[in-house]
Design a protein around this ligand. Sequence first.
Ligand SMILES: [Zn+2]
Length: 352
Amino acid sequence: MSAKMKKILIEASGCHVHLTQTAIETLFGKGAQLKKRRDLSQPGEFLSEQRLKLVTKDGVIDHVAVLGPARSAVQVELSMTDCRKLGLKAPVNLSGDLSGASDVILVGTHGEMKATGSVIVARNHIHMRPEDAEEYGVSDGQKVRVLVQSDRKVIFEDVPIRVKSSFMPAMHIDFDEANACGYRVGTEAFILYDDPETCAPECHPDMGQMVRQVVETVTDVLRREGWQQPCRKAQAPEQVQPVCAGTDRPCRPATGALPAFCAPAVDLSALGEAPAYKPKSKPASAYIPEYMKATAAVCPAPVIDMKLVTEKAALDLVRSTEEKTICFARGSIITPAAKDVFKNHKKTIKIV
Ligand SMILES: [Zn+2]
């Protein structure tokens, strides 16, 4: 078996009821006790001889098993299919958690009672003793993934581990889950491990390789963008040849469109020291696109992109600029009145 999974016994339980002593006497008569039919896998737990009827306004489920011993609260554990039969909406809770639990009427041989806040759909879970938890490398409350190996393989996610010294290691599922995963007595189930300690190597990518790939990609982008690894002057005064940072290799002179760049671009063995990249400074004009340079040549003032230049707009413009020439973007419409304003203020208009 692979190290990344560990076998666990799996057991399926049908719908059943846990009762308080008071409820036992209400349903089966004064002084009644649960009569053991057989022990269950968890020590002390047993299936009783007694059976109950569950009743709601929408349906009835007969011959429901009563488990012993008596508990401090009545708890009815149904599958979702059972809930549909009874028209109930019950929460999926761990056994013992009755928050949001639904109501049902219990009918026994000697009486009946309304079990308020008692119906849950039992959340699947794994029982373990502390020593088993240690062996499986899990802890109380931890959630694990469990693969059921059957003709109808299923992986159950978020299965909580419950640790108690009286437990025996076993996973418990209900009949809906048992049917969904093709469960039969003897079906094998395995806890799956994502922990790198126990997981097979193929589960985990090589982080070193991933970092190297990222560095190579970034270096490539930087090189194409014209960034440069800083060169330093050699320590010895007689050596004036600039060398690559952190090495004694001389800098490669610029070739073609590529700027001067240390060869090799990045020394991958020195990943610990991030190379201090500095942008190669360019004159600001280098960032002005060609078409704008052409505009700048013919028009010293900023080009005004205005669809319609009215008389009022023209007045605002002449008051706000000292320029002799006012440039408008191609497509601007200048009204005759606006043209007069520019003329009167001795401004030349250019459409660029
Ligand atoms: Zn259980």
